[in-house]
Write a protein that binds this ligand. Sequence first.
Ligand SMILES: [Zn+2]
Length: 674
Amino acid sequence: MVSTLRASLGLCLGLAAFSLVAQPRPGFDPANLDTSVKPCDDFYAYANGGWLKTHSIPADKARYGGFEELIDGNRAILQKILRETSAKTTWTKGSLEQKVGDFYASGMDEATIERRGLSPLKPILDTIDGLKDAKQLPALLAKLHNQGLSGGFVFYVRQDAKASTHYLGYLNQGGTGLPDRDYYLKDDARSRDIRAKYEVHIAKMLELAGDSPELARVRAKLVMDLETRMAQAQWTRVELRNPQKTYNKRALDQLATEAPGFDWNGYFTARGLKQADLNLSQPSFFQAFGRLASEVTAPQWRTYLRWHVLSATANLLPKAFGDEAFAFHGKVLNGTPEQEPRAKRIEAATDGMLGDALGQLYVKVAFPPEAKVRVLDMIENIRVALRERITNLDWMGAETKLQAIKKLNAITVKIGYPDKWKTYAFDLKRDDYFGNARRAAAFRIQENLKKLGKPIDRTEWNWSAPTVNASYNPTMNDITFPAGILQPPFFDARADDAVNYGAIGFVIGHEITHGFDDSGSQYDAEGNLKNWWTEADKKAYESRTDLVVKQYDAYEPIKGEHVNGKLTLGENIADIGGLKIAFAAYQNSLKGKPVPAPIDGFTGPQRFFFGAATVWRNHIREAALSLRLKTDPHSPGRERVNGPLSNLPEFYEAFGCTDGDVMKRDAKVRPAIW
Ligand SMILES: [Zn+2]
């Protein structure tokens, strides 16, 4: 059967064939259930309990679930491509195979990497050592930023949020090495512990790079001091979600008076940019940064930047550096006991650096065209379902409805892989991993800066084709589904519609609903940050989204650590709305047809909800969960299932939930948005 399917799809390394191995049953397997739990008490545990009992987290992962199962399958295909292409040295120079093969081979050449030691980094460290006066900081940061190295803040080019037909430069806060400002500023035991371990980690890295243990300890304190001052000036993740507050267009000349202490003109000149306008995303951060730039001494800046380039390049250096980076980022921050095998790390780096080159080789063997046709059809059905919902809303006025439908109709769809692949016009050498990675990073930066003044490229993709993810982009007003996600358990060409609408349909509904979440709804059909709501309708909307904040604030996945309802609001609105419209689209798809017979004793609506529960099932280590509660705008897996389902009357009906059941929330606190 495997070979028949492979032959009929014309695949030589069929993902469909792979899927047959990974997913022995099409659609939903009743063995995944835990029937000792009642569906109306805890649907996540009921639908996934069997799976959760028979699966655990591999030692080299922080989380294992619906996404990771699929990622593993994709990565096995990428590994095979990379093993085969890198084994051959006779590819035409400049061909896709030569590029990805040589990049991968250079990363796997541990002997050369060990032999070179720290020498590839030496020119960068020497440049940093050349900083004798804080006045030289703008030129030095420009040099590092042009090479894709971080420090202080970030500058990049993207669509102007209020003029989506133009590109604009964005200055964004940055400068810290821990994943969130909270880690520097909070006084709970977990944050204090991570801070202490971070300082030890900085010292160890500086020691590996040649400092004596005593000097390394002193210098680690200097780094912590400067990063803490930057963290104090940073905005919170909740503040960063406000697109109006982060939109502050300025003429470059204004920065000298608004954020004095740092020569902004000098910085941009050194980056080769002369544009007149830019966006100061967090004005108060840049005021503080200007003060730090002039007050902090040159030796402290040198130490700080030395640490940042060591941290950024640890995985390109000899094993001891990568191992130390994992000891902190993997073990301490995520609780992951073991590092992934090197082959997997280099494969991930290849996808990260040369995503469109590797992606082209991937889709040749792993993207069945019929997946695209069926998913496009589902997308249109879900669009129709949301249009019907908007038309019939009782809380939204006719004027706003007209605008909402205009925006919904204008959403464009990107599916599978880009029409136009990115090219990688820089040298890739078989024996120079460090150089390859640095050239790739510098090339990406230059490609981004080159966009200024050019027309918007609406065909551009932000994901590589094998990526297991999907997205909505508010300034493009488009949704993207890479080839990587269009496979089981998200999409199964052999499964019944109920399961597919519950799984990939839920994801499609989620992405479309992002256009109308608390942030996305502030952008119009053309992708401009421009209000199209009447005041009364906006108020009615916010009174509903306030209920979503309250619902998720109450979830406590770790004792004492709650979901942040405001940080996760956009994702939760998208989950609640996405599930609703995916279910409506499923019901529409049955119109005029006989009711499908139950499968394994379960009705279509029940199987729809099994599909939904399947995609978010996962095991996660406590450290990783704690990290995500602080930084991830998505709720944890259990809440992504039980949160939306417990708001949905269609779910109560499917499983006979009655008043008083945990999974049936009271109508008064239920956010009925879409
Ligand atoms: Zn989302």
